[in-house]
Design a protein around this ligand. Sequence first.
Ligand SMILES: Nc1ncnc2c1ncn2[C@@H]1O[C@H](COP(=O)(O)OP(=O)(O)OP(=O)(O)O)[C@@H](O)[C@H]1O
Ligand SMILES: [Mg+2]
Length: 375
Amino acid sequence: MQIEKPEPAPVVQPVPADQAPAPQPPKSTPKTVPPPPASGSSTLPFVEKYRPKELSDLISHEDIIGTITKLIDQNRLPHLLLYGPPGTGKTSTILACAKKLYGDKFGPMVLELNASDERGIDVVREQVKTFATTRALGVKGFKLVILDEADAMTHPAQFALRRVIEKCSHNARFCLICNYVGKIIPALQSRCTKFRFGPLDHKAVEGRMHQIAQAEHIAITPEAISTIVSLAEGDMRKCLNVLQSTALQSGERGEVTADMVYQTTGKPHPEDITRLLEWMLNEDFTRAFHLCWELKTAKGLALQDVATEIHARLLHVDLAPMVKCDVLDQLSTIAYNASYGLSEKIQFAGILAVMQRARHSVLQMAAQAQGQQTQ
Ligand SMILES: Nc1ncnc2c1ncn2[C@@H]1O[C@H](COP(=O)(O)OP(=O)(O)OP(=O)(O)O)[C@@H](O)[C@H]1O
Ligand SMILES: [Mg+2]
């Protein structure tokens, strides 16, 4: 069936990606990071090969690292609660602390439990308590209990830990690590000094990425590095994994480019988002759906990514405030539905419907304004 295309002038000009203000990283002075270790097995994934060995190797969290270093130097380390989004250096920080505290005596002095270990109430009562109350032969000072991914611990286990922490403070320090601090009971939170590991500073991550690319002899353009960094949103683990996989994919093809990063990660290219927005806002529904769906399937774009990118772009589009509020509100519902795995096609049509409604409102408002002028 031939679709008749109405000829209204473009209602809303989507902001091209290069004109949209780039996300502002948190302000902090970029630090000259030490070169990553040149040695290490070539089979190791970059995330392990370049895991910071010492506190000074960590980038971006200067204040936290400075405070923890001082506390260790003055032998006044409190119980710690490190929390924040993934890939920001929480586990690396406490491992570097343990290394600074114990050097090669690490083994008998540190108990590290993470989500893959059983950490129910029995383990807290027996394993953790026994470790924290006994002294290691020939090593002075307190022991360290690291409870990584502590937000996955059951409530009874957390309640039991409360008493253990209090009873064993003379002999052990506890470090709880988690992504969601709200899942740690208040009584445990108040026994610890809390440090929030926010997303890493983009400039510092870029610096580290350049060093790692150089150490690994990966030819990569500066644009490709900034693309990786902005897609990772302050998660260094994500950056390193994308760097390693794009470098592998580029193989003999030479330099890693920003386009290759989008291909490897499957994230929508900014030009694709511009095209989608143009169609959604300026074509009639049937034609727009046909064009957008075709592009989405041809490029294998995930609905969630499309919704996220459109949302980011819309924040900078010149739209009447109430129209913009409606669009953003409905987009958030679609993104929520998409995260629950509801039908991609239905949700995609939903995005289009939202945009078309916005277009309709803008046209109506323009017609009203024109009517008032002619009166
Ligand atoms: N601040 C940082 N400085 C340098 N490298 C970092 C930093 N944060 C993370 N990395 C890199 O990312 C990898 C993962 O870091 P880490 O395991 O410490 O993250 P995490 O905060 O514990 O994440 P999760 O919450 O998912 O456990 C490290 O091996 C390291 O290579
Ligand atoms: Mg961790």
